[in-house]
Unconditional design. Structure first.
Length: 139
């Protein structure tokens, strides 16, 4: 790789800092696709709105998400598809490490138990629309 200037390194580190929190990784993952409303994130992540808003602010300040006013509420979206590439790489690497640890310990994890996902009941505009059209969520 050619030389990297200090400004680029600092910017890269600040992006990594903004991503490096379990809740913020979950938020970025939920914003995949068309984005999400705060009330959706609150329901799905099962955390207080104040906490979600705080994390969204960190992500916004780092330029990773954008906020679009939508009537009475705000739709949050990923600002650049590359952000999701980073998230996907991190999740894939994490999964690989978890699996290799499992194999090393000689344990077989139950596939059903591991993938079960508890989604909170969400009444945000996107989810109620999905309810009406007969499909809900992504998993
Ligand atoms: Zn929702």
């Amino acid at each position: 790789m050619t030389s990297i200037d200090n400004r680029q390194i600092r910017e890269a580190a600040s992006i990594a800092r903004a991503i490096s929190h379990p809740v913020r990784l979950q938020i970025l993952n939920e914003l995949r696709g068309e984005g999400a409303y705060v009330m959706h994130l609150t329901a799905v992540l099962g955390r207080p709105q104040a906490n979600i808003s705080q994390h969204l602010m960190v992500l916004r300040e780092a330029g990773l998400v954008t906020a679009i006013r939508d009537g009475m509420t705000v739709l949050y979206q990923i600002s650049d598809p590359q952000v999701l590439n980073i998230v996907d790489d991190l999740l894939a690497l994490a999964q690989k490490r978890i699996e290799s640890r499992g194999l090393a310990a000689g344990e077989m994890e139950s596939k059903q138990g591991g993938r079960r996902r508890r989604r909170g009941k969400c009444r945000c505009p996107r989810c109620s629309q999905e309810d009406r059209s007969g499909r809900h969520g992504r998993g």
